[in-house]
Design a protein around this ligand. Structure first.
Ligand SMILES: Cc1cc2nc3c(=O)[nH]c(=O)nc-3n(C[C@H](O)[C@H](O)[C@H](O)COP(=O)(O)OP(=O)(O)OC[C@H]3O[C@@H](n4cnc5c(N)ncnc54)[C@H](O)[C@@H]3O)c2cc1C
Length: 426
């Protein structure tokens, strides 16, 4: 009988554990290893940062739901991976051997690549919404900020790949500041490495450029594109704006009393420099079956996999890996591992469709890219209050699934039905 180990207890890892349990044979052992004892629903972090969600509402302790599904749980960080011998060394000194490994460790946040970057807890001058702990820290900074409001900078730095939450946070902040009747005292600037507003690492989706620019104008949000941040200061940041050939065009010193920019991502430390397993930034190399060629008993899903950028941009940007895509990677991986257990070749592939719901607090925008990488069969954007409601619905649905140990294949279908029904109504 086989031992399948899943490394990482986030959006990809937890879904993977449940789906693997369903696909595995009765006597196979499934183990989830995670450096946190709980799951956190990362897409809700922007709401935590402005106080619309308490952190505990989006966290789920994992021990009980995993035990109910007969999934072993080791709540310790992996410190070293030894793929030659199919072993993982954990922070508690334990060594875990596996027959199949699925790496779902998400991103390491590369704050150290820019001076002064990162939340106070890592010694920086900015706030972060990348983890729920960071978002809770951002809420404390936000509470101090509203006592003494001033200019704000939101955005994503050079090498970032996750742009949706930056846009979302700019709009959420606008809504919250209006509710507090202090928006008139807060000039907001969106600073991004993207070559145009709405590029999102995907060369745009439908009319994302036009829609987001229009929404920025309506909400008095200024923007700077093709931006590289040189350093973050206590009360601002130094930015170099480049032209389309990447040559320096303008230097700006921006004042900001509350700064949130998405960092570049890289693979976690225990994965770095393993020849054949990862690329130079530590992202796991996978084939179209989510399988690593050098170590064929290793699969990977989620933000930690390597995907090449969509074309060249003046400032480097990466490709986002969003929830729906990740779930399709999970489904394919579980089925492929089952095929291997039965001595067959893996045949399942992820759909690579991207659906992104960006909440603005009162309304929102939806992006549907099928497939994610252009040219596409479907390239659609929509907006309205229904997006805000759909986002709340997905949060509840996902957290419910984690608590109850439900598997995910209907998730993407649900979203497609929802957007499809909305389109038909119009
Ligand atoms: C702020 C934000 C908002 C987002 N919003 C959306 C959205 O609205 N819609 C959408 O589709 N996508 C969104 N995304 C993108 C993506 O869906 C999420 O980042 C998602 O959480 C990625 O899932 P993952 O499993 O790859 O990584 P994660 O969810 O980050 O999970 C990684 C797991 O690995 C664990 N881990 C890390 N290191 C170790 C170690 N050494 N040992 C053991 N365990 C370890 C972590 O604790 C974590 O549990 C958002 C991303 C961010 C940052």
């Amino acid at each position: 009988m086989a031992h399948v180990v899943i490394l990482g207890g986030g959006v990809g890892g937890v879904a993977m554990a449940y789906e693997m349990r369903e696909q595995a044979r009765r006597d196979d052992t499934i183990t989830l290893i995670s450096d946190r004892d709980h799951f956190q629903f990362t897409p809700s972090n922007p709401w935590v940062a402005v106080g619309w969600r308490a952190p505990d509402r989006i966290r789920v302790p994992l021990a009980e739901p995993l035990a109910r599904k007969r999934i072993e749980f080791l709540p310790y960080a992996a410190e070293r991976l030894d793929p030659e011998h199919s072993k993982i060394v954990l922070a508690n000194g334990e060594t875990v051997a596996y027959d199949y490994l699925v790496i779902a460790t998400g991103p390491e946040l590369a704050f150290d690549e820019i001076e002064g970057f990162g939340p106070e807890s890592v010694g920086g001058h900015t706030v972060s919404i990348c983890t729920t702990d960071h978002a809770a820290e951002a809420k404390a900074a936000f509470d101090r900020f509203v006592e003494n409001p001033g200019p704000v900078v939101i955005g994503a730095v050079q090498g970032a790949s996750c742009f949706g939450p930056a846009y979302e946070f700019a709009f959420i902040l606008d809504t919250e500041l209006k509710r507090r009747r202090i928006r008139d005292r807060v000039p907001i600037t969106f600073v991004t490495s993207e070559p145009y507003i709405g590029h999102m690492g995907l060369d745009g989706v439908g009319n994302s450029k036009g829609l987001i620019e229009a929404a920025f104008r309506e909400r008095d949000i200024k923007w700077v594109i093709n931006a590289k941040v040189e350093r973050f200061r206590t009360n601002g940041l130094d930015v170099v704006e480049v032209d389309e050939d990447g040559a320096e065009k303008k230097r700006r010193q921006l004042e900001s009393r509350f700064t949130m920019m998405l960092p570049a991502f890289r693979g976690i430390a225990p994965l770095q420099n393993i020849d054949g397993l990862v690329n130079p930034r530590g992202f796991v190399l996978t084939d179209r079956h989510q399988r690593n060629e050098a170590f064929p008993n290793i699969f990977s899903v989620g933000v930690c996999i390597a995907i090449p950028p969509v074309g060249r941009t003046p400032v480097p940007v990466g490709v986002p890996k969003t929830g729906f895509m990740i779930e399709s990677m999970v489904s394919a991986t579980a089925r492929n591992i089952r095929q291997l257990m039965e001595g067959r070749d893996p045949t399942h592939e992820a759909t690579w469709n991207a659906i992104c719901l960006a909440d603005f607090g009162d309304t929102g925008m939806a992006f549907l890219a099928m497939p994610q990488i252009p040219p596409r069969n479907v390239n659609w954007t929509g907006s309205g209050k229904w997006v805000h409601l759909a986002k709340i619905g997905f949060e509840k649905y996902f957290i419910h699934k984690v608590r109850r140990g439900l598997t995910v294949p209907s998730y993407e279908k649900l979203a497609l039905d929802l957007i499809g029904a909305h389109k038909v109504r119009r």
